[in-house]
Ligand binder design. Structure first.
Ligand code: URA
Length: 198
């Protein structure tokens, strides 16, 4: 099957030419909640599945604690290919990889997006406008705060969360994550109830 234009853009990047697998996502594509991380790491690159390494195992554990599973959510990343040595995404990579993310979001139509860590959070706070990414607030000041955004015409509740990898290294963030997840669950419950009304 021929690649869609958004996938062709991904294939043009050096990180794509050098990766083992393009990592698209995992979970339930019909779920109301989308989790968006930064980029695949070594394990994700090898297996072609996001969040399967240490950060992913922590994410599984953190989700289980609040009663969420891959049946309830879909998980993807800003970049679909692993940057060498897991360095930060380059602006040009974000530019070439995020049209595919936008396409995924338009198809999935999530009610809630949980952005994991600084890169994903700033992308959504900037509403996908790459010129505005750097001027956005960081995760420490916005985590757990629900922000209603209009993302490409879709009304979505954005809930920034600490990246699960950060929680491995800084256990003080665990309590914050648990409080933030209660907010996620409340928003999802409300969304489901609203759906029943209409
Ligand atoms: N970190 C991420 O942001 N995404 C992954 O898929 C794995 C680790």
């Amino acid at each position: 099957m021929e690649d869609c234009p958004e996938l062709k853009l991904i294939r043009q990047t050096e990180i794509c030419k050098n990766c083992t697998n393009i990592v698209f996502g995992k979970g339930n594509e019909n779920a109301d909640i989308l989790f968006v991380g930064e980029a695949p790491g070594k394990n994700e690159d090898e297996q072609g599945i996001p969040f399967v390494g240490a950060a992913g195992k922590n994410l599984d554990k953190l989700l289980e604690k609040v009663g969420l599973s891959l049946q309830d959510i879909y998980v993807t990343n800003i970049l679909k290919c692993r940057p060498p040595l897991n360095r930060d995404p380059l602006p040009d990579e974000v530019k070439m990889h995020t049209p595919y993310l936008v396409k995924q979001i338009k198809e999935m139509k999530p009610k809630v997006i949980c952005s994991l860590g600084n890169h994903a959070t700033k992308f959504f706070l900037a509403l996908g406008d790459l010129e505005k990414i750097n001027s956005q607030q960081g995760i420490t000041s916005v985590h757990g705060k629900v922000k209603e955004i209009n993302f490409y015409g879709m009304e979505i509740k954005l809930i920034p969360l600490f990246h699960p990898a950060a929680i491995i290294y800084n256990r003080n963030l665990l309590g914050e994550w648990e409080k933030d997840m209660e907010i996620v669950k409340k928003e999802v419950r409300e969304t489901k109830e609203q759906r029943k009304l209409f």
